[in-house]
Ligand binder design. Structure first.
Ligand code: ADP
Ligand code: ZN
Length: 520
């Protein structure tokens, strides 16, 4: 349905001429009172999806957000646009809070930003019972999923909202949600009474490069050659390395600042403000930096170390090129990174399931690193997108194809073993079958009687693992995030029938990787 008032608000309040992607459709649905889950990439324009309906519908919109800095950015932007918005947060003075409460009561306030823990207090809830609430917007909704890396237990309470306020529509928004996380959001926040919107994850203006680490300082300086004046972010795993990298850049005449959780609040804030205000500045940061950064002309994101998951990687590189102009994501990784990440996961204070999923996510990221062909295709497959091209022409593997060998038959063997065992097993068991190893599990399930038993003795365990990861990178296989059982996709079935071909990239660093525990 065409909504002229949505259009006039877009123009008059936000100064834009056209809606992007699914914005208009989502806005119309929310205005009509529907519950929505919107999964859209960073920079796609999620905020307007609740801000415009909030303005159209009579009453107050409550926006739930996990971070004070995110709230403050959005409140500031709305106020500049002339919209009455405020956030309830622990930095507020007594007077601030008093004014906010008054404006809520009189109906002068249109948007209230609040953290989940502040919102779900009994005093806040009973106050809201007497207010005219027009919409709940739950930002960063993936925080509700204990499957995800960003789990925030306070988000779980938000499940009460739709029961307590059945007539108020809810929109949940996130940039990072795999299938399992999406399902959890729908169940917990909406009891599955919700329409899902999933928009394309492709960010075609971001060039994707991955390089094996061999002297990160040298590599970052080489990368910086030819970009004397650009805004960028360099992500490092440790605080110490952040300082070191910033120094290395400054020594070579680049304009670089460090940012990490070990610095004083004041210093961090100062560096952040400089980054937002000054041109041609490189922020060298740990992942403490970035949520809610909306600087449109960031030209590169450089990872000196492997991120924790495809979701983290995607979110971090998504800060580049929001203006739509060319930008580069360049990542380094090495064996040490992988060991370190495994160790982080194992040392987390979390249950076994969480750890298992952490390892699965890391495997998915490695499969992206080792992709035999187009990286973008591999990344998009992971997020459930099915790009309509086989090569993007804007990644290192498209520009510079790696040597690959014809391996359709090898791929078919692996897919066939998965097929014959009902798609219920992880990579270790499948490889045992292929290599003809009679483990207890193999014997118990009589998998030594399968026609695929022992047909893959010519490859080692780690080579088979690399084959499995590359089959995933090509979209022939998926790994379920709970137990790591390998599943065959539609194109995997075609590979099995000989209607698709597969090439293997033998140069991967993990081929000889030691310490392979089950399921990895
Ligand atoms: P997200 O929350 O999805 O990461 P934002 O809501 O912060 O994205 O929007 C990203 C940027 O795109 C912002 O600068 C926003 O003002 C801009 N934007 C959003 N919608 C439009 C539109 N329809 N036309 C032009 N710019 C838009
Ligand atoms: Zn490509």
């Amino acid at each position: 349905m065409h909504s002229p008032s949505a259009h006039s608000l877009l123009k008059d309040v936000f100064g834009y001429d056209q809606f992007r992607g699914k914005q208009e459709e989502i806005i119309d649905q929310v205005v009509a009172g529907e519950n929505i889950l919107a999964v859209m990439p960073t920079g796609a324009g999620k905020s307007l999806c609740f801000q415009v309906p909030g303005l159209i519908r009579d009453g107050l919109t409550i926006v739930i957000s996990p971070l004070i800095s995110l709230m403050q950015n959005q409140v500031a932007a709305l106020r500049i646009a002339g919209v009455a918005a405020a956030s309830l947060n622990s930095n507020n003075s007594f007077e601030d809070n008093r004014d906010i409460w008054r404006d809520m009561q009189t109906g002068a306030l249109k948007f209230l930003y609040v953290s989940p823990e502040k919102l779900m207090t009994e005093s806040m809830l009973s106050a809201m019972d007497n207010l005219n609430i027009n919409l709940f917007a739950i930002d960063e909704a993936h925080c509700i999923s204990q499957w995800g890396a960003a789990f925030r237990p306070e988000y779980e309470d938000l499940g009460q909202l739709h029961r307590r306020y059945p007539d108020v529509p809810i929109i949940a928004l996130t940039a990072t949600a795999d299938q399992a996380t999406r399902d959890q959001i729908c169940e917990k926040i909406f009891s599955n009474q919700v329409t899902r919107y999933l928009t394309g994850f492709d960010r075609p203006n971001i060039t994707l490069n991955v390089e094996i680490k061999n002297g990160w300082k040298k590599q970052i300086l080489a990368f910086m050659k030819g970009r004397p004046k650009e805004n960028g972010i360099v992500y490092c795993l440790s605080r110490k390395k952040t300082e070191e990298a910033a120094k290395a850049l400054v020594d070579k005449g680049y304009h670089a600042l460090a940012y990490h959780a070990g610095m004083s609040n004041q210093q961090r804030e100062e560096n952040l403000n400089r980054f937002m205000a000054e041109p041609d500045l490189i922020m060298v940061a740990t992942i403490a930096f970035g949520m809610g950064i909306d600087k449109p002309d960031i030209r590169f994101v450089f990872h000196t170390d492997l991120p924790s998951s495809p979701e983290a990687y995607y979110q971090e590189i998504g800060r580049a090129g929001r203006d739509g102009n060319p930008a580069v994501a360049h990542m380094l990784y090495g064996m040490d990174d992988i060991r370190m990440r495994r160790m982080f996961i194992d040392n987390e204070k979390s249950d076994e399931g969480h750890k298992r999923r952490g390892h699965q996510r890391l495997n998915a990221l490695l499969s992206f690193c080792e992709a035999p062909e187009c990286r973008r295709v591999s990344l998009l497959h992971y997020f459930g997108d099915d790009p309509d091209y086989a090569k993007c022409g804007n990644c290192d593997l498209c520009d510079n194809p790696q040597e690959t060998i014809e391996a359709t038959e090898i791929g078919q063997k692996l897919v066939s073993a998965i097929y014959r065992t009902g798609q219920n097993f992880g990579v270790t068991h499948i490889i045992d079958i292929l290599r003809g190893k009679v483990t207890d599990k193999v014997a118990q399930l009589s998998h030594d009687e399968l026609p695929t038993f022992g047909v893959g003795q010519d490859l080692g365990i780690n080579e088979w693992k690399a084959v499995a990861r590359q089959l995933m990178a090509r979209g022939f296989l998926l790994s379920d995030m709970e137990y790591g059982a390998l599943k065959i996709t539609g194109s995997g079935v075609q590979l099995l029938k000989g209607q698709e071909s597969f090439r293997y990239r033998p140069d991967v660093i993990l081929k000889s990787a030691a310490g392979s525990k089950s399921g990895r």
